[in-house]
Design a protein around this ligand. Structure first.
Ligand code: A2P
Length: 338
């Protein structure tokens, strides 16, 4: 059996990764439709050695597709996901538009695959935020073993999470500055090249940014545990691909670093790289970029807390943080439900 797939946001950073991951994993595609705005209609994208012509989503008949992989922004999903679902196309949505709706499943396949069954209610499945996905893939085995009470996390997030314009801004600023030329930030509020910005997404009333609160809300929903306390600081760094996270947890029962490493070594989707020597840890550029696993290292007991554990977690934000997670959901959907 094959499935007709529509990729909305086909010309974007995540859209491109969706095509390559569908191809790499040999997803059983029938027809594939590349959709974007009217700006890109007529452009061409490559898929499985073929050339697909990008269509304007506004005129697309979603009854042609079985599965829609949406990654064109929240307002675009707000408009088109219900239309697609009504036409019988199950939407896997990469935006934040539906993540917090009680009747829409929010899924990380390594953590809560059973939640996918709930797609039937509205025909939409939400893909979580990139930072949340990689953190929970790493924390799930520890939560199952000893329970997590509190998570203190600082992120170091790549510009590709913002999209193609941000990738271009980092490249252009870097080149300009190295050539002694002036720059004027456009995508980010301040210079991103050679700098670190403690703001991702908009500020909310409590002083946290929306990116930070996404990690709070989504962790509880995906883990199915409203007692988990999460205290994030989300930071943009001048890296193209790969988010890093310094994750500090307090567990209900004490867990040793040794036991945590043992659990992580057999956890689905995790690769441990933890050697206490120079370079004995994963990084965004050297390990994660272009790869599928969530990499974990620097696992050590917190010297300031009796039930504290520290971890360094790195993954490709465009792949596991977005496109790969969506395709994994599509695989389960195809295999089990449609
Ligand atoms: P387009 O090329 O037509 O602008 P990125 O996250 O890398 O910035 O990519 C965003 C993706 O979402 C692009 O494929 C972009 O297509 C698409 N997109 C943005 N706005 C719309 C819209 N209003 N309708 C359809 N697609 C959109």
């Amino acid at each position: 059996k094959t499935y007709n797939v529509a990729v909305l946001g086909a010309t974007g950073a995540v859209g491109e990764a969706l095509f390559s991951i569908l191809e790499e994993r040999d997803f059983p595609v029938g027809e594939v439709y590349a959709l974007a705005s009217e700006r890109s209609a007529g452009k061409q994208v490559e898929f499985k050695g073929q050339t697909l012509t990008v269509r304007d989503v506004a005129g697309f008949d979603f009854s042609l597709a079985d599965i829609g992989l949406f990654s064109a922004g929240a307002s675009v999903s707000e408009l088109y996901a219900p239309k697609a679902a009504a036409a019988g196309c199950v939407v896997i949505d990469n935006t934040s538009q539906f993540r917090y709706d009680d009747d829409i499943p929010l899924v990380v396949p390594e953590v809560n695959p059973a939640a996918i069954a709930q797609y039937k209610t509205r025909g939409i499945i939400a893909n979580p935020n990139c930072s949340t996905i990689q953190m929970l893939v790493a924390l799930k085995p520890i939560h199952d073993a000893v329970g997590i009470e509190r998570i203190n996390v600082c992120t170091y997030q790549a510009v590709s999470g913002t999209g193609k314009e941000a990738i271009e801004e980092l490249a252009a600023q870097t080149a300009a500055l190295l050539n002694g030329k002036p720059i004027s930030p456009e995508v980010y509020p301040k210079q991103i090249a050679f700098n670190v910005l403690p703001q991702i997404d908009v500020f909310l009333a409590n002083g946290y940014t929306k990116e930070e609160m996404k990690m709070v809300w989504e962790t509880r929903k995906i883990m199915g545990d409203d007692r988990i306390q999460v205290n994030p600081t989300a930071v943009r760094v001048p890296v193209f691909y790969g988010h890093s996270e310094a994750v500090h947890i307090e567990t209900r029962e004490k867990i040793t670093a040794e036991r945590a490493l043992e659990l992580l070594r057999s956890a689905e989707g995790v690769t441990v790289l933890d050697e206490r020597k120079p370079g004995g840890y994963p990084t965004a550029v050297t390990e994660a970029a272009g790869k599928d696993p969530v990499y974990v290292g620097r696992v050590r007991e917190d010297i300031s807390h009796p039930r504290g554990l520290n971890l360094w977690v790195v993954a490709d934000n465009v792949r596991k943080g977005a496109a790969l997670n969506s395709v994994q959901i599509a695989e389960i959907l195809a295999k089990t439900y449609i």
